[in-house]
Design a binder for this molecule. Sequence first.
Ligand SMILES: C[S@@+](CC[C@H](N)C(=O)[O-])C[C@H]1O[C@@H](n2cnc3c(N)ncnc32)[C@H](O)[C@@H]1O
Length: 202
Amino acid sequence: MNINLYPIISDQISKPALGVVLSELERALDNKTPGAVVELGCYIGTTSLFIRRVLNERKEDRPFHVYDSFEGLPPKSTQDSSAAGVDFKAGELAVSKKQFLEQFRRAHLEPPIAHKGWFNDLTATDLPDKIAFAFLDGDFYESILTSLQLVWPRLDDNGIITIDDYRRETLPGVERAILDFFQGKSYKLSYAHNIAVISKVL
Ligand SMILES: C[S@@+](CC[C@H](N)C(=O)[O-])C[C@H]1O[C@@H](n2cnc3c(N)ncnc32)[C@H](O)[C@@H]1O
């Protein structure tokens, strides 16, 4: 999709990073990968709006779920401390579910199914049984680790996970969570513009 046609409504993703996420989504759709689309850490909907536009362009009516505390970020763990400085604190990035849904109303787009809560309180029934594509954008170690624990077992064999802030010096918990989660598991990882792209080894 041509991302230049629409505004990027927050500074939470760069245009090149958004381009990587959307082209991976398009690859999953091109491959007719079965399953839902999920975003864990949707904030105000910067990326969610574009995901919806891609689904609409492709006339895809597959389920699209987003998840957020809608109360901002949780506390950091020791895994998130970085000599490079501090990006984000607990409670930052708080927007309400109403504000998130308002973005879709303004853009005349159908909203995704929006789940309010902390990732570690989500239960099996909150997630689709099968996932074709996931975008994980929880910033911190525990948030990414929990997101992977929820998504990986449900990922279709040809599914794709994209994760923001990979190898960003100020958010080291993201890479640490990926390394800890995948220790002893087979997986493929590449990255561009701080987006990790992860899939299964078949
Ligand atoms: C960087 S923002 C996401 C940006 C969003 N993807 C966009 O494109 O606008 C991170 C979001 O993750 C949410 N978040 C982080 N950790 C969370 C957790 N453990 N449980 C629920 N929400 C969490 C925060 O509330 C915040 O809205």
